[in-house]
Design a protein around this ligand. Structure first.
Ligand SMILES: [Zn+2]
Length: 522
């Protein structure tokens, strides 16, 4: 076996990632993510900023009690205050209390910042770096030094050398404001590496980038190509302003494009699951077009592409989606021909014959439905149900015989009630429920009727509900298209319903979703 160069992967989702808009993790969320990353053999997991908030203290306490199996746990902090002493520095002492085996200390490496932000001298800043690193090393901690706004300047190099001299295992160049170009990152990494080599230091170089110019991933790769051995970033690129380097993309590129080892192959194959799970914990939708792991990252539309993809898998995809745990998808649209429909059916494990009259009927039927307002591009599950219902022997699990909804304004509040009659195997179930709106009430009444017979539906939840009015110039007579996103664990599916009536459109989408939840389980 040849020894491949190994890049060390350092995750800061739990600290830098939580600076992102809309990102908030409880201590339990953080622990779940830390253990997920640990399970995928991340080298370092930064838990947070001890002393900054009680959530982080709780997390460090839990991880001290039950340590991570593989990853080294890092606690983040700043170098000591100007003019102060390490022993009296509350921030450094909070790092001791966290019991984390690794300290990641951030310090200034830019003369303008030293003068204007720290309001101290360049020499005092060098002492702050050197003494703080030495303090951690003296407490038998591994110390990683994050050089803030490190540029290819004499002073930045001097700051990094001070940290290395004091015993830092890594000096990490941080493009803190995300404004650097790849060539600047390259020269910055090269300058620090050269200085460390000349000083015969064993400290290694890392790279930490932000995405303000949409260059975070490119800058990370450039840093590695210039000799950095550690990449820092976050899952899904969460982070303040435009985010951090997305480790999912960085590591996928390292492994699949640069051919260097970062995480084990089996970990990269679980990236789609990791990315979606962390998005779910953050309660943020993962963009459909997220590179490598988005649901649309390997989606194909248009007849010609699909035909080519079917013939030669790699004609229109840059990697085999399975390498990152993703899968190719075919988008069905009005423009698509029989090829797309066949490909889509195959995705669901249904073999249709191209020349079968049923296939031709299906294509025409689809066109008719799309003309009515149905859109299947974003509603895979409804399309699958359409195909399944055409299969010989497929029996609908239930039949909605009747429903009513009522909305009442009573004083200041609005109440909705719904009743449904559903037939299952010849038995008629009649239920009623209330809700904050008619669709919510209908959903509740349906579940009440179906749950005793189909307990598998209990863990299905509604995640998103979108209403779109088509041919809007017809006013209230327009067609309403409802898209419902449902889920179970990390799995998501979308269904569509169309009608001149918004309640009926919603019910159709709802019924598709529940029926899909049953067949998908089997
Ligand atoms: Zn940062």
């Amino acid at each position: 076996m040849s020894a491949k160069r190994k890049i060390v992967v350092y995750d800061t989702t739990l600290r830098d990632g939580t600076q992102g808009p809309g990102v908030s993790f409880s201590a339990a969320d953080k622990e779940r993510i830390a253990r997920l990353l640990d399970g995928l053999s991340f080298d370092y997991v930064e838990g947070g900023f001890p002393g900054s908030n009680p959530k982080d203290e709780e997390l460090f306490a839990r991880l001290a009690e039950e340590p991570l199996a593989h990853a080294r746990l890092a606690a983040f902090g700043a170098t000591r205050r100007a003019g102060g002493r390490c022993e009296h520095d509350a921030n450094l002492n909070a790092l001791i209390d966290s019991k984390a085996p690794v300290w990641t200390l951030v310090g200034k490496s830019d003369t303008w910042q030293v003068a204007n932000v720290l309001q101290t001298t360049n020499n005092e800043n060098l002492s702050m770096v050197e003494e703080s690193v030495a303090y951690g090393v003296g407490k038998e901690r591994e110390v990683i030094f994050d050089a803030e706004l490190a540029r290819d300047s004499e002073y930045a190099v001097e700051v990094c050398l001070s940290a290395a001299r004091a015993g830092a295992s890594w000096v990490v160049l941080c493009d803190t404001n995300g404004g650097s170009r790849p060539d600047q990152v390259r020269s910055g990494v090269a300058a620090v590496r050269k200085a460390l080599a000349e000083a015969k230091s064993t400290a290694r170089v890392g790279i930490h980038t932000h995405n303000d110019c949409e260059l975070a991933v490119a800058n990370s790769l450039e840093g590695v190509m210039a000799g950095a051995d550690m990449v820092q970033g976050t899952i899904n690129g969460y982070g303040e302003r435009c985010g951090n380097a997305n480790l999912v993309s960085v590591v996928s590129n390292l492994a699949l494009k640069l051919g260097v080892e970062a995480l084990p192959e089996g970990s990269v194959q679980r990236f789609s699951e990791l990315s979606r799970t962390v998005a779910e914990i953050a309660n943020l939708a993962l963009p459909v077009q997220q590179p490598f792991v988005g649901h649309g990252a390997f989606a194909h539309k248009g007849g010609q592409h699909v035909a080519a993809v079917l013939k030669h898998k790699d004609a229109y995809q840059h990697i085999d989606p399975a390498l990152v745990g993703n899968e190719a998808r075919v988008l069905v649209s009005e423009l698509s021909g029989r090829g797309n429909v066949l490909a889509k059916a195959r995705e669901f494990g249904l073999e249709l014959d191209r020349d079968d009259p049923q296939t031709r009927w299906l294509v025409n039927h689809l066109k008719e439905l799309e003309h009515q307002g149905y859109a299947y591009e974003a509603a895979d599950a409804s399309f699958e149900m359409l195909l399944r219902r055409l299969q010989p022997g497929y029996a609908a699990p239930w039949n909605v015989a009747d429903f009513t909804t009522q909305v009442r304004k009573n004083g200041g509040s609005v109440h909705a009630e719904a009743t449904v009659k559903v037939e299952v195997d010849g038995t008629l179930y009649h239920t009623a429920a209330s809700g904050n709106g008619p669709v919510n009430a209908l959903d509740a009444a349906l579940r009440k009727a179906l749950s005793p017979r189909f307990p598998a539906l209990d863990d299905v939840s509604l995640h998103d509900y979108k209403v779109r009015i088509l041919n809007g110039d017809a006013g209230t007579a327009a067609t309403t298209r409802v898209l419902i996103e449902s889920g179970r664990d990390t799995k998501r599916w979308t269904t569509v319903g169309c009608s001149a009536n918004i309640i009926e459109a919603s019910l159709l989408a709802l019924l598709d979703s529940l029926e899909f939840a049953l067949v998908d389980r089997g």
